[in-house]
Design a protein around this ligand. Structure first.
Ligand code: HEC
Length: 195
């Protein structure tokens, strides 16, 4: 090999000629490493259904994204405005579930008070509303929240299913006219009577 060093190859293109030198060791080993890495990577992520390292497999990742998208689509109100035919639930079982959500980890009670009289958020028991009082509007309000004012989506951000949204909204509607003591003061500029 040493006598071949700086030996010119016979071909010539546009006046460019090349030596028949061996590739540098560091370059070759780097190249072999990328080949070995590629094979291991391809088997790990593309062939094994459960990869030995890293993320869940491609199929599982794809399925998780599809599930996420479906959940998001399901949680979006179907159409804007009060015309959506969403009817409040009135059965005791649903209202109890709604109360559990209201008093649970989504922290509705922390801002609207356990008796719904209002504190950080407005009183939810009177007929005065800022963002609408139909079940569809209220579901939308709980879904999106009012982040600049402190109410995150779903109250504190923990996702609720369509059914749970309707349960908590129905619970609020069931508390209409309960007149809790010392409710939060009304802001007549923003809170309007709702029919
Ligand atoms: C961190 C405080 C906070 C939490 C937690 C919170 N809210 Fe609110 N909420 C507010 C504030 C503040 C407003 C008023 C928005 C405005 O002034 O425009 C509001 C408004 C609302 C409204 C609209 C009221 C209207 O007059 O139109 C509804 C309905 C509501 N919240 C329900 C809920 C429910 C249900 C939960 C729990 C899932 C919840 N909130 C959790 C602070 C909160």
């Amino acid at each position: 090999m040493s006598q071949k060093k700086d030996e010119l190859l016979s071909h010539e293109y546009d006046g460019i000629r090349e030596f028949d030198n061996a590739l540098p060791k560091w370059w070759l080993y780097g190249f072999y490493f990328t080949i070995a890495f590629g094979i291991v990577y391809a088997i790990n992520y593309h062939a094994l259904s459960t990869p030995l390292w890293g993320q869940p497999g491609m199929v599982a990742e794809y399925q998780a994204e599809v599930d996420d998208a479906n959940r998001l689509a399901a949680s979006r109100p179907k159409a804007a405005g009060p015309s959506t035919a969403l009817v409040a639930l009135t059965d005791a079982e649903s209202l109890k579930k709604g109360q559990e959500i209201y008093e649970g980890a989504n922290l509705c009670h922390a801002c609207h008070r356990k008796d719904l009289g209002g504190m950080v958020g407005p009183n939810l028991t009177d007929n005065l509303w800022i963002h609408g009082c139909s079940p569809a509007e209220m579901v939308k309000n709980v879904t999106t929240g009012f982040p600049p004012l402190g109410m995150l989506p779903y109250g504190s951000g923990q996702k609720l299913s369509d059914e749970q949204l309707l349960q908590v909204v129905s619970y609020i509607i069931s508390k209409q006219g309960t007149n809790p003591a010392n409710p939060r003061a009304v802001n007549p500029e923003r809170e309007k009577a709702c029919s």
